[in-house]
Design a protein. Sequence first.
Length: 385
Amino acid sequence: MRLVFICSGLEPGRDGVGDFARTLAQECAKLGHEVRLAAVRDAAGSGKASIDGREFRAKDIFRNPVEAREMSIWLRNFNPDWASVQYTPFGFHPRGLGSKRASWLRELLPTTTRRHIMLHEIWLQPGRDGTFRHRALGWAQRRSVDAWIHTGWNPEIVQTQSRLHQVRLQTRGVKVDLLPLCSTFRPVSIAQSAARASVADWLRAAGQTVDENAFWFGHFGAFHAQAWDFTDFAQNVTVQLKASGKRACFLALGRAAAVGKVFADAAHAVPDADFRVVGELSEEKVPVAMQACDGAFTSTPWDIIEKSSAVAAWRALGVPVWVTRAGATDSTQLPAWPDSGLILADINSVWHLPKYPSRIAGPLHLDPAQTAQTFLATLATPPHA
């Protein structure tokens, strides 16, 4: 098959959805399919196809008719059998709206191309206690999603990676299947001790030291510092580890801008723990640094944990992940997550770290090849075929 994956941005390492689309495309190509990638609102885009013609990255096709025309020519020359939109509201519109953009994008395709949509995010869900502005924006975003699912993009297949999203869409009469996220990093074959030695070397080169015998607690991806009290969390972890004769060491991997100040503040308040900002790493080094950790933590809420590509990467390596926020969804509406390596820390963090092994195998679907096979099998037997 000829497949084109369409998302908002494709700059490697800067957009989780773009990284997922790129990984899925690579795996489909390995299975013999002809694949292209397109970005419609990419800050690093040029509005021209790449040298080999396999990528098209525009700054904003919805505001630039020249880019839209160039993309249409590129798409029609490729003549894909399937076009898969990897959708996030704020990726396709600054406020998560723009319902007309679904039909605009569809018009760029050959009329013979069949359409798929993967809903990575759907709409704001502020709850009854949310502000009127947020509730109104959530309502408008639902209308926009309706356009992408129905008259605008009008896909034959709708998928999402989140069971919570699936339930919410089903209540609106949408037939939606699950396509779980996979890790976007290549597997690493390195022992944890060797991975630790590598991370220690990287920190040493940056003028930092680290205790290789400590309990390493890693973080990768977006750091939502405003949504929770990291210092309290770090204090609870440190106390529990100290009681077991272990020192806590918190490692921040990646370029998250909020981490530096948060770690500095926590270091003053929790002197019995270490806080190290490893910083931005190459695609090859990230999984090595993850492999070095005993555990990981995330500020992505429990109710939407399945949409975190960072969590998928940790779990693909077998690293257990502590989820620090429950989210705004009523617990009675939440399906049970089948992964024992995801551990919800309540407001008092009343779990005991050492009782968990350093590795808990993740679900099989975290393997990119498995995700690609699931995706392709769905296209082979679309519900409306």
